[in-house]
Design a protein around this ligand. Structure first.
Ligand code: AMP
Length: 215
């Protein structure tokens, strides 16, 4: 199964990708996670990407296309993958098409998760992640038992640098200007299904799985 999850920041792409990864035994490919790892490790790419990420802008296409091209060639992508946060521009979508053609693969489905803007802001400002094990929490919807502490491993919970309100608003604008037009592109390709992402996690999950079963 070769899937793209589209949707604005906070729509639930990462959460749903984790679930699909288990369901179909295929890897989640999150360009955001890969870039954050590069920033953390202070690689030359990470140092370059950081200024864009901190501002909520898109990292240049050539950088992101390069990491996805390499990642898709890994052995674990043989039976499929879930792209989470890629493509985000028309150029990235064109590059993906070309990379897949080179390895004789085709996308099965593009799922776009729709969530109202104010709900997205609430989801993102309350989001916290464990610095130890990476588990996600939400101050309101999934609070840890002990303030600031991971309920799984006891690690310290941190907020992503780009989850402050001003940066979130810019990320939304960037999404609407540069990424939302991809919906039309994939609709024309006959691959797009729009799913209401406002429901609870398991309801959204059921809707995605039933869409994928139709493919
Ligand atoms: P995410 O974790 O998907 O919300 O991504 C966090 C940040 O990483 C974005 O705001 C961008 O700065 C950068 N980023 C992630 N994926 C891409 C992409 N496909 N193209 C350009 N920048 C990206």
């Amino acid at each position: 199964m070769k899937i793209i999850l589209l949707g604005p920041p906070g729509a639930g792409k990462g959460t749903q990708a984790t679930m699909l990864m288990k369901e179909y035994s295929i890897p989640q490919i999150s360009t955001g996670d890969m870039l954050r790892a590069a920033v953390h490790d202070q690689t030359p790419m990470g140092v370059k990407a950081k200024e864009y990420m901190d501002a909520g802008d898109l990292v240049p296409d050539d950088v992101v296309i390069g990491i996805v091209r390499e990642r898709l060639q890994a052995d674990d992508c043989k039976n499929g993958f879930i792209l989470d946060g890629f493509p985000r521009t028309q150029l990235q979508a064109d590059a993906l098409k070309q990379v897949l053609a080179e390895v004789d693969k085709q996308l099965d489905s593009v799922i776009s998760l729709q969530v109202e803007t104010e709900a997205l802001v609430g989801r993102l400002t309350g989001r916290r992640t464990c610095s130890g094990c990476g588990k996600g929490f939400h101050l309101q919807y999934e609070p840890p038992a002990l303030d600031g502490t991971c309920s799984s491993c006891g690690g310290v919970l941190v907020q992503r640098d780009d989850d402050c309100e001003a940066t979130i608003r810019n990320r939304m604008q960037v999404y609407h200007q540069q990424t939302a037009p991809l919906e039309d592109y994939y609709r024309r390709e006959g691959l797009l299904t729009v799913i209401d992402g406002m429901g609870d996690i398991s309801a959204v999950q059921r809707a995605i799985v039933s869409t994928l079963q139709g493919h």
